[in-house]
Design a protein around this ligand. Structure first.
Ligand code: PFF
Ligand code: NA
Length: 435
């Protein structure tokens, strides 16, 4: 069998991981939830969750990946815990599942790039969204999005994913930065900032029981945890580097892009007097899209905005296809392009119901968010911190120049705080799953 691929550079790995983390979650979920849940007060809470819970969890995935240089299922076997492959399999399945409908949303984004150019959604944004978000056209664009994903993954780690994300991640940051400056010049921008970031400790205190699990769940989803993505990407690391350093960089950049997205979309909405009191798909595809119709140069601004959303979605989606492709080529005598096409087609088929009927999309998302993701994160953490334990600390510290104390701190935070947080998120999710 040919030699397993690796990243060409450390920066390549970091940018690919940031590309995975920065996605639709940052742009359509984070800004609106932050505003709704108490602005700057929520932001502080989220950053605590991202650093205190998300960071230890991403490090657990990095350790498993780098130690074994194997896909998310075989990794557990190589570490000597064959039965724990089931946890890897759950992560792989979760990634598969999420990608099926994420790609449908990617198709909507493609539609909106075209719609910006022609101004198709300007007059009646809500009706337009209703027409294009489900049906044969949505199915066709879901296929186009999957073709793009397959194309990048088929080209390989260094020539496909690394080259693509090296271009995509800086573009996301630079273009969002430019859009934020443009949004700043709009009348009403300051109200947008106030709505986004004014601290509201009452809002936080009153809904603390909902907000904390949301912050934790968002930290996991946002960092692409529990989908096998970070185990897989770390498995292509060649040699020693500080996983701590990489993890902190990734957590920081992921949060930064969420904040930057808020500095774009909320001033845009307030400039047009649009009520931002909505979130999810409606917020980006209806409210934000609606604002472009009334802004000078709205066609171009809309085009650029949806192009950034597309890049963010693509650089996330490739990480999920890679999880499955990696497993297939590690274990079977098949070529990467063949597998990318085959598995990509399969994921496309799984997404057909979501493309034809938004109710299915909602159901797929709910099941992933409330059950599959937290369960998978829990399995990985229990494994890394309790079952694997001491060798995980050694692997974490390797090449980091950090002392044993840092490693043990990670171990005990992962063993206690992080696991309690995941169990609580899982319990709350299950409680509401069937209602
Ligand atoms: N980290 C991604 C986000 O915040 O949007 C989550 C994700 C979703 C990654 C779907 C990959 C993916 F295909
Ligand atoms: Na994210």
């Amino acid at each position: 069998m040919s030699e397993r691929e690796t990243w060409a550079t450390r920066a390549g790995f970091i940018l690919a991981a940031v590309g995975s983390a920065v996605g639709l979650g940052n742009i359509w979920q984070f800004p609106f939830k932050t505003a709704q849940f108490g602005g700057a007060s929520f932001l502080i809470l989220y950053l605590i969750a991202a650093l205190g819970i998300g960071l230890p969890a991403i490090l657990a995935e990095f350790v498993i990946g780098r130690k074994t240089n194997l896909n998310t299922i075989s990794a557990f076997e190589k570490l000597g815990y064959k039965e724990w492959r089931v946890v890897g399999a759950l992560g792989l399945f979760t990634g598969f599942w999420i990608l099926s409908y994420y790609s449908v949303v990617g198709g909507w984004v493609l539609r909106y790039i075209g719609g910006s150019l022609t101004g198709a959604y300007f007059a009646a944004p809500a009706e337009y969204f209703g027409q294009v978000s489900a049906g044969v056209e949505a199915l066709g664009l879901h296929a186009v999005f999957m073709v793009l994903v397959v194309g990048i993954v088929a080209a390989g780690i260094e020539d496909g994913i690394e080259k693509a994300t090296k271009l995509m991640v800086p573009s996301i940051i630079v273009i969002l930065g430019i859009l934020a400056v443009f949004a700043f010049t709009l009348p009403g921008a300051s109200e947008g900032y106030a709505y986004f970031l004014s601290p509201d400790f009452n809002a936080l205190a009153e809904n603390f029981g909902d907000i904390v699990p949301f912050a934790v769940g968002q930290a996991f989803f946002s960092l692409s945890l529990g989908m096998g993505a970070m185990i897989t990407y770390a498995s292509y690391i060649d040699g020693d580097q500080s996983l701590f350093g990489d993890g902190i960089t990734i957590v920081f950049l992921n949060s930064f892009v969420g904040i930057l997205a808020g500095l774009v979309v909320l001033p845009l909405l307030f400039a047009q007097g649009i009520d931002p009191n909505t979130s999810g798909a409606g917020a980006v595809f209806i409210s934000v899209a609606g604002a472009f119709g009334d802004i000078p140069g709205g066609q171009i601004i809309g085009l650029v905005f949806f192009a950034v959303v597309l890049i963010a979605a693509l650089s996330s989606a490739i990480s999920l296809l890679e999880v499955v492709v990696s497993w297939a080529i590690d274990n079977y005598d098949v070529s990467r392009p063949q597998m990318a096409v085959g598995l990509g087609s399969f994921i496309f088929l799984l997404g057909v119901p979501s493309a034809l009927d938004s109710a299915w999309l909602g159901w797929f998302d709910t099941l992933a968010y409330k059950l599959l993701l937290p369960l998978s994160v829990l399995g990985i953490l229990v494994f890394a911190a309790w079952v694997y334990g001491a060798p995980a600390v050694d692997e974490l510290l390797k090449g980091s120049g950090l002392g044993e104390g840092v490693g043990l701190t990670w171990l005990w935070i992962a063993r206690t705080l992080v696991i309690v947080a995941v169990v609580a998120t899982l319990a709350l999710g299950l409680e509401t799953l069937f209602v």
